[in-house]
Each structure stands twice: as structure tokens, then as C-alpha cells.
Ligand binder design. Structure first.
Ligand code: CA
Ligand code: CA
Length: 158
């Protein structure tokens, strides 16, 4: 993947899943990142939610607990790591769906229009409409957004 910033939010495991803490980090080209939390405790179950500038917010299927102030969690080895199996299989890994340009939890016509407008304007640089992260908003980004929209991709939350 292209290196990019992601935000991880930890939520308590019971409804209404109040936010316990959140952190931002840059993911490397393998999709790994180290997120540092300061307001949470060990042996407390939290759901992990993750998103970046234009991905669908994705929740862990199961809550996780920190031990000795550490927790490794990998969304990529199985779709079932995410609640609702809400990931796409690309290459050897399961990845977050992208194309949610306006971050409303759905990939739909509004997102397509936003990408299309920036495509028409030959928009360069780090933009939410640059779906594949190559610093230009072009037809590839429009097609990815369109495909995910056609599949009614949306955020699946506990
Ligand atoms: Ca959207
Ligand atoms: Ca692009």
C-alpha cells in the first residue's frame, strides 16, 4: 500500500460503544503502524475501529485486551477480523474498502461525484479523492469508487 495516516479508535465493548481513546499513526508500505494510547487500561475489552482519509470505517469483529500495555492486532489475514467481514481481498491481504470520500460511512453517488469533479479538474496532490494514493485524482480512482458503490459498500458497526 501507499504509506498514509490512519486513525484507530478504541471503543468500549458495550453499547453505545463509547470512545475510550484514539490515536493516529502513519502506516508503512505493508500496512503496519504503531498507535500509542494514553487513556486506556490492561485487561479491558475494546473494539478496534480504523479508517484513513477515504476508507470505510472498519470495526474489529471481536473486542481485544491489552496486556503489559501492548496489543498486536492484524486486520489483514482474514476478512473475519473485521465485523461483518467488511474487507476486500487484494493480493495476499484483506484490506479496508476505500472510496468514502466524505466519510459518511457509505460509498455512494456523492463520493463518485466528488471524485469525478476532481478528476475533471486534473486535481493533483494529497486529496481525499485520490483513492489509490498516487497523488493524482484520475480514472482509476473513479472506477474504484464506482465499483465499491455498485457493491453498496458501507461501514459495518457493532
Ligand atoms: Ca461517502
Ligand atoms: Ca489516484
Amino acid at each position: 500500500m501507499v504509506r498514509d495516516t490512519a486513525r484507530v479508535v478504541l471503543r468500549y465493548q458495550t453499547s453505545p460503544y463509547t470512545i475510550a481513546d484514539s490515536a493516529k499513526a502513519v502506516l508503512d508500505s505493508n500496512g503496519n503502524g504503531v498507535f500509542t494510547f494514553t487513556r486506556i487500561g490492561n485487561r479491558v475489552p475494546y473494539f478496534i475501529t480504523v479508517k484513513n482519509r477515504n476508507t470505510i470505517e472498519t470495526w474489529s469483529k471481536n473486542p481485544v485486551e491489552f496486556e503489559n500495555n501492548l496489543k498486536d492486532f492484524d486486520f489483514t489475514y482474514s476478512a473475519a477480523q473485521a465485523f461483518g467481514n467488511n474487507q476486500i481481498h487484494l493480493g495476499t491481504k484483506y484490506c479496508l474498502y476505500n472510496g468514502d470520500v466524505n466519510q459518511d460511512g457509505n460509498i455512494d453517488l456523492t463520493d463518485i461525484v466528488a471524485v469525478s469533479n476532481n478528476l475533471a479538474a486534473f486535481t493533483m496532490g494529497y486529496k481525499v479523492t485520490d483513492i489509490d494514493g498516487n497523488n493524482i485524482t484520475d480514472l482509476t480512482d473513479l472506477l474504484q469508487t464506482y465499483n465499491n458503490s455498485s457493491n453498496f459498500v458501507r461501514s459495518k458497526k457493532h
